[in-house]
Design a protein around this ligand. Sequence first.
Ligand SMILES: [Zn+2]
Length: 478
Amino acid sequence: MSAEQFSKLSLGEEMVTTRAAAARAARTQPRSSSSPGKDHPLQSIELPASSSPTPSLVISTNNLHYNVSTFDSDLRRRVKKGLEDNEMKMKYCTLSPTQPTDGIKHFHIDDDISVAIGGQMVRPKCNCGANEEGLACKHIYWLADQILSTAPEYLDEKPLQFSPDGSTIQSTTPVDILNNKGLESVADDLKWVLQKEDVPKTQDEMTDEMTDMLSVFEPQEALPGEFKSPESPLTSERSRKYQEFARLLSDYAIRDPGVFLQIRDVIDPGFQRRVFFQKIESRISRTFHALDDYIAHGPMNESLDALRLDDPMNESLDALRLDVPKCATRLRALVDAIDDFCMQQNKDEPDARSVAVRAAAALITVLDRVVDRNVNSYEDITWGLEAPSDPRDNNLFVALIGSPSDGDSLFVIDTLQSLPQEDVLRNHWEILQSIEKRLADSETPVSYEDAFRRFVHDSRKRAASETREGEPKRTMQE
Ligand SMILES: [Zn+2]
């Protein structure tokens, strides 16, 4: 913040006098369970000094009393501005983002002010420009008062006394309180947002992350990646409004990462994962259903169908009918969506393994149902039109597995192989065996059958030896 900005800020706050006094009077009760719980004599908040610009006793908005009689008028003014009713708001706090081990804590306050304390620092440091020559600014006094208010054990002595640099209050220091209680617990008491992981740095990264998160509420059940795609003419008004809303929130979040952190606390990664798999599971069954509808009733109005299939994943219209090639395209897109989602997961997260199990369940369901459809789907149709005779166009198994061309990935197996295999096998062993048997009975391309067998049996051996080597077994099912 420039000196000019700072002087404007100070000017604004000096105007708050009567309203501030009124607000303070309303706050004679201890503000929370963390306050000392002692009686505060009424007389102490009616001191005439409170109307002076440089009183010797300052009562903070936390109702803590500070004796600043040894301070000169400039420092007294700073204490008063920091502690009495003001507009200061914590955006978020964090350990050093670059060096979390240096013990320095950063407090980001509105108006791009940030205060750093702890670690090897002798005294708090603020970037506002007023914190020079070892003297604290109003932000540092404010921060010290806030932190102290969470530690009732230090509040017996009244009134309290600051050191001029704001590093100590009476017999304690804000840093000691932070170290003893932990930053997380202090932030929790004060309802401050604590940043534990990186937040997106650029506007684009922020918009991406926000749209991923907000896709859980997307009215047409779009998956995270689809929610980001440019609007198609078929995007409903609700979805369009939703995209505008997401962009608006992203703008706020890039200006204040605290907003992003709060939204992520609500739409936490576990919730995002559950919603993702609910959508995937529902799409899998709708896709097979749409093929069944096609087989039973034939195509719908062709122009509508063409429109709808511009985007292979667009599910905006109900009563979808899909012929074999279109159904195959959708299933491939679903497998890719699962693959992308798994790739984006942080492998160190506690429920990374349950994600793998759930992804495997979806993938194996798809494979199981495709292997079951190694037939000419149109054999018994009653709806006229001549059905295609090429098995790639009438047999879902052939379309996806039985007619490989160079460069094709191995349907489902390629993604299954990227998951933690011990978990996949332990949870899906029986169905994998059943699929293996059906593949052997079908005219499965050798390369596919071999890959499947290697996946099931080699990884089983490997998983067994890993388990023997002492990895504790955990329950993976959600
Ligand atoms: Zn400052």
